[in-house]
Each structure stands twice: as C-alpha cells, then as structure tokens.
Write a protein that binds this ligand. Structure first.
Ligand SMILES: Cc1cc2nc3c(=O)[nH]c(=O)nc-3n(C[C@H](O)[C@H](O)[C@H](O)COP(=O)(O)OP(=O)(O)OC[C@H]3O[C@@H](n4cnc5c(N)ncnc54)[C@H](O)[C@@H]3O)c2cc1C
Length: 355
C-alpha cells in the first residue's frame, strides 16, 4: 500500500518505522527539520518504552536523561513520595528523529483534510490533539486541556526527583520533571485555566538560576471510546488523535506507540483496529469517567470507591507502562474528594500548532 502518515510524534514516527519495508510510507511533519521538537514533559515508563524501541532497533538507554526513584505528590497541604522506579525523562525529540531515520520524511509540510486522501491508499492522522485529517470528534465527549511549560535551569535543584501538584477538582496538575544536568521542565495543564499562574507561583517559590524557554500545546485527556470516529474513508487515526493518553496522568507517549503497533498489525482492518483500541484502553475509559465525575462534583462514595480501587489495581499491574507504583493508601489520598471549583469543565479548542 501507499501510505501517508501525517504527524511525526511518537505515534506517527513509530508507525512509519514499523510499516516501512512492507509498504511505501511518506511522513508529513508540520515543523521544519531544524526546529523540530516535541512540546511535552518528556517523561515515560522505562520498561515499556525500552521494549517498544527494541522493535525498531534502538536502545532506550541512549535517550534517558533522568531515572526516577520517587515522585513527590503535594496534595491537601502535605507532600508525600510515591514509588516511581520506572519513571524516567528522556530526550524525546532526538528519539523521534532516530525512529524516523531513513524514512521518507517531508518536514515543513503542514497538511489539512483533503490534501492527501486522493494520493494515497491510506492516510494516517497522527497529528495529536488536532486531528487535522480526521476532523473534530463527533461521538463521545472530547476534553482538551491547555498547557504551559518552562524549561528552567537550577544551581540547586529544589527536588531531587519528580514532583507533582494535582489541582482541586481534578482540573489538571502542575509538574516538575528533572531532565538531568540541572535542567527541569516546570509545567501545568488545567481546564480551569489556572495553569500559567500555578507555574509562575512555583517558580517564585523555587527561583531557577535561568529561565530558558516557554512552550505550550493542548493535550487531549479524553479516552479512546470518547474520541470517535477513529477512522473514516481511507483515513485512520492513531495516538493522541484518538485519545490514547492516560487521563489521570496525562501520559500519552507510550500508549500512543502501543496504538501505533496495533495499527501496524491491523492495517487492513480499520474496524478491528478501532475495536482493539477500545478494548485495550478500556481502563482509560474508567479513569476518564472518574475524573469527569470529580470535575462535575457528581462523585460520591458509591460511584467512586470501586473505580478508585480498580484504578489502584490497574496501576499495580501496569507500572512498567505508567512508571509509578502507588500504594492503596497513596492512591486514595490523591483520589479523595476535592473542594468545589469555581466553574465546570469547558472543553478548550485546540490552539495553533507551535507554542
Ligand atoms: C505540555 C505537555 C506535557 C506532556 N507531558 C507528557 C509526559 O511527560 N509524558 C507523556 O507520556 N505524555 C506527555 N504529554 C502527552 C504526550 O506529549 C502526547 O500524548 C504524545 O506525544 C502523543 O503522541 P502523538 O504522536 O499521538 O502526537 P504528538 O506528539 O502531538 O505528535 C503530533 C505531530 O504531528 C505534527 N502535526 C500536527 N499537525 C500537523 C499537520 N497538520 N501536518 C503535519 N504535521 C502535523 C506535530 O508537529 C507533531 O510532531 C504531554 C503533553 C503536553 C502538551
């Protein structure tokens, strides 16, 4: 088949690498080669990502920047550590470039609906939150959060490991992710739009020696069953475009690569692929439903306790793909009721491609 992949994030690059050799694949990436980057916290789970990269002949150890032991969580006026033996930050743009090395990549090619469909047997929408080829979500309930992030440099790092602050009503969270060599990302995503203020508040409290750069981009936290359609005509979506981001953590790198692998194995069967994605990521539906109830204050002991326990069990079973391994007490401590927020959830329209 002649296949076009729109978007060279983790999903698009990994899919193209898995398909190349068996199909003729062209990758269209909106950013130029010189300025190519990935607006993201660059954190992922070590074990799962290492396994995934092996399949395309790369060693994940070559990209790791910081290897975690713990993630400090600040909630309800106390800070406590959660086991995070698998959580790492890594050089994501360099890894993506290497995954796509040797492929036919057309950098600086920003594509829209209608540009590619007639020229290819199959067009893959891997444009992340934007769904530029598939178009807006028609069935389900989409949810896209704005984010804002600083790359900063410290003489003395304020934390020696990962640190997060979940916001009231589960509207998002602030993160501090160490990048090795005294660098860190300090960012936040918040549907209530308090993300910038919270980042600036953190930097006031923990002033860096240098503020290097700001960036931002929307993130989809809706789960795959709420981000439909997954395909239409000769177009099929993969990665964040179809909701493969874990709603509670905002972790989308490894799940998007997992979805890409599924698509590579079912490239001739789009319905089967869509069914497979919904089934494989059904735990994401549970987590998404959970945070919606928290945001809307419709959660109570009856509708929240069992899902919270299921979320805990899912973390236990999957810490090689989430990186964190909280105890039941720590899970319930983070998931416990929050005070009422000032406004309900408002889906935010995706912004421009560049930060
Ligand atoms: C601020 C922030 C922090 C995050 N932190 C983490 C984290 O620490 N860990 C984690 O696991 N996840 C994180 N995520 C989520 C994660 O970045 C994504 O879920 C993941 O990268 C999704 O991969 P993808 O390939 O589906 O899409 P993307 O990574 O979004 O890649 C899409 C690609 O398509 C290109 N593109 C877009 N539109 C077009 C177009 N019209 N034509 C051509 N190219 C186009 C883009 O330039 C981009 O290269 C974060 C997200 C944000 C916004």
């Amino acid at each position: 088949m002649k296949i076009a992949v729109a978007g060279m994030g983790p999903a698009g690059s990994y899919l193209a690498a898995l398909l190349s050799g068996k199909h003729q694949v062209d990758v269209y990436e909106g950013q130029t080669e010189e300025r190519f980057t990935s607006v993201c916290g660059w954190a992922t789970a070590y074990g799962g990502t290492k396994e995934a990269l092996k399949e395309v002949g790369l060693d994940f150890d070559d990209y790791v920047l910081h290897r975690g032991r713990e993630m400090y969580v600040s909630a309800f006026d106390r800070t406590f550590p959660i086991d995070a033996p698998e959580l790492v930050t890594f050089d994501k743009p360099r890894m993506i470039r290497d995954v796509a090395k040797g492929l036919n990549v057309r950098y600086g090619s920003f594509v829209r609906q209608g540009d590619l469909e007639s020229k290819y047997d199959l067009v893959v929408d891997a444009t992340g939150p934007y769904r530029r080829i598939l178009g807006p979500v028609q069935e389900g309930r989409d949810m896209i959060l704005p984010t804002f992030q600083w790359l900063v440099r410290y003489k003395d790092m304020p934390f020696d490991d990962f640190y997060i602050e979940p916001f009231d009503s589960f509207s998002g969270y602030l993160w501090y992710f160490p990048l090795g060599d005294h660098d860190a990302f300090v960012g936040a995503g918040d549907i209530q739009k308090g993300h910038r203020a919270s980042v600036e508040g953190f930097l006031k409290k923990h002033p860096p020696s240098e503020k290097v750069a700001t960036m931002g981009k929307p993130i989809r936290v809706a789960a795959p069953s709420s981000v439909l359609p997954h395909y239409g005509g000769n177009v099929v979506g993969v990665g964040e475009a179809i909701g493969t981001v874990y709603p509670i953590l905002g972790e989308g790198i490894l799940p998007s690569m997992t979805a890409a692998k599924m698509l590579s194995q079912m490239i001739d069967d789009r319905e089967g692929y869509s069914r497979g994605v919904r089934s494989r990521f059904s735990a994401y539906d549970l987590a998404y439903g959970y945070i919606i109830r928290k945001m809307e204050h419709t959660d109570n002991l009856l509708n929240s306790f069992i899902p919270a326990v299921k979320i805990f069990l899912w973390f236990k079973k999957n810490f090689d793909i989430t990186g964190v391994n909280p105890s039941i007490i720590e899970t319930l401590r983070v998931l416990r009721p929050r005070k009422k927020a000032t406004q309900g959830p408002t889906p935010v329209t995706p912004g421009p491609l560049s930060p």
